[in-house]
Design a binder for this molecule. Structure first.
Ligand code: SF4
Length: 428
């Protein structure tokens, strides 16, 4: 039986697509393995959103060049955001790679597989799998829309993943039904901007409609979705979140900056006031909502005063989680072309740390309120001798117990909290 290894870095979208490809290869008779060394087929699912990620991809391609020289039969496939539209040029730079295909371009993968005598069919991509040949995990990522039409000035994604293409709702429902049949209890619908879902499909179904359809699937316990765009999140979607009890009270809502001029330079399409109003609407309709956000520190031209507006927004909104990144220019983007990367690296680092320090205090206070409370947790696995899973509000919860709790919805009595996780005792 031929063996495959999928190497994945980057966002949830990449993880979701790797899960689909693994399911496809499992169904086609391949066996998953855990390293490059004993794989017959290697798939690199790449990210170039930051220079550090691109460096990792280049390093891994270098490693595989050495492996291929020792084992010429090794087949190497590369996908993800590293693959731009100039695939011929990439092919010249990396002649040891057998196939480069753009993210989501499965017909290209299938055509190549058939030429290689690999029994891979596109329909197999709908078969659930987790790359281990075993039943899918209790929680699965399901891609619903490819690409992005927004062109935020700092972002390379629209150039690599192309324009938005939604998957038909019946295809998504079919995939989720199959996942649930095999044991999945929670799905997270993913896309670069899930709020755009459906505008390119006949009848223009939207994310709220899709949530309604998925909500009808028996034995599916929870639904999440990410990532949202503050300019596109509709009142209908917020109302649907509030009315469907399987939709978890958690939202990823990237702010990116707390300063209007910086948001304009980023081409985000909203103001800080609009962002505040949106958060207020969500909190009014879904009072127990937990909010995560992304912030960029040191965008070109960001002054100390503008940065302090971002700090104030973090303090004011009191997010549950803040992912902060130092700005890194990506060749090919508007920001890289038009703005000078003029905030020194040490200032970016210092601003990043200030947001992280503030957020540690905020998250610590928010989580400490859960001490002594009971939360519902879907158990995803074991780590360091403890069971772990997520609450509906996406808090990571650990508990110790000798029983087998995998895939079960349990109530955990919280005894200890930190800014990053909760520890408790399972209720029997
Ligand atoms: S919404 Fe903006 S940041 Fe997100 S993928 Fe699209 S262009 Fe990039």
């Amino acid at each position: 039986m031929p063996r495959y290894f999928i190497w994945t870095i980057g966002c949830q979208m990449n993880k979701a697509e790797s899960r689909q490809m693994a399911g496809c290869l499992d169904s086609a008779g391949y066996q998953a393995t855990t390293s490059f060394d004993n794989a017959d087929l290697v798939v690199l699912n790449t990210c170039v959103v930051r220079q550090s990620a691109e460096n990792k991809v280049l390093g891994t391609l270098g490693l595989l060049r050495g492996l291929k020289s020792k084992r010429p039969d090794l087949r190497i496939v590369v996908t993800g955001c590293f693959v731009n539209s100039h695939t011929q040029e990439l092919q010249r730079r990396f002649p040891h790679v057998d196939l480069l295909f753009r993210p989501g371009d499965y017909p290209e993968l299938v055509a190549w597989g058939q030429r290689q005598d690999m029994p891979v069919e596109q329909s197999l991509l709908l078969r659930p799998g987790n790359g281990s040949g075993m039943a899918p995990s209790p929680c699965a990522l399901v891609p619903i829309i490819q690409g992005c039409d927004n062109f935020c000035s700092y972002c390379i994604v629209p150039y690599r993943r192309g324009r938005e293409v939604s998957r038909p709702p019946e295809e998504i429902v079919c995939e989720v039904r199959e996942l649930v049949r095999q044991g999945t209890r929670e799905v997270t619908l993913v896309g670069q901007n899930v709020d755009s879902y459906g505008h390119d499909l006949p009848g223009r179904p939207d994310l709220a409609d899709l949530l309604g359809e998925l909500h009808n699937i028996d034995d599916l316990a929870r639904i999440r979705f990410l990532t949202n765009h503050p300019k596109d999140m509709s009142p209908k979607l917020i109302g649907t979140m509030a009315s469907l009890d399987k939709v978890c009270e958690h939202l990823e809502l990237p702010a990116q900056s707390g300063d209007d001029d910086i948001l304009k330079a980023m081409r985000r399409g909203y103001t800080v006031e609009r962002y505040r109003e949106l958060v207020q609407t969500v909190r009014n309709e879904v009072p127990r909502i937990s909010l995560s956000t992304d912030m960029i520190a040191g965008f070109p031209g960001e002054t100390e005063a503008q940065f302090e507006h971002s700090l104030s927004l973090v303090a004011e909104i009191r997010f549950d989680v803040v992912h902060v990144a130092a700005y890194s220019p990506r060749p090919g983007t508007i920001a890289c072309r038009e703005y000078q990367d003029d905030v020194p690296a040490e200032i970016k680092k210092e601003r990043l740390s200030r947001i992280e320090e503030l957020q540690t205090v905020v998250a610590s206070e928010i989580n400490s309120r859960l001490q002594g409370k009971e939360v519902e947790v879907l158990v995803e696995g074991r780590k360091g001798g403890k069971w772990f899973g997520r609450s509906r509000s996406n808090k990571l919860v650990f508990f110790e117990d000798a029983g087998d709790w995998l895939g079960r919805l349990v109530i955990v009595h919280i005894q200890k909290t930190s800014p990053w996780s909760l520890i408790g005792q399972v209720k029997k």
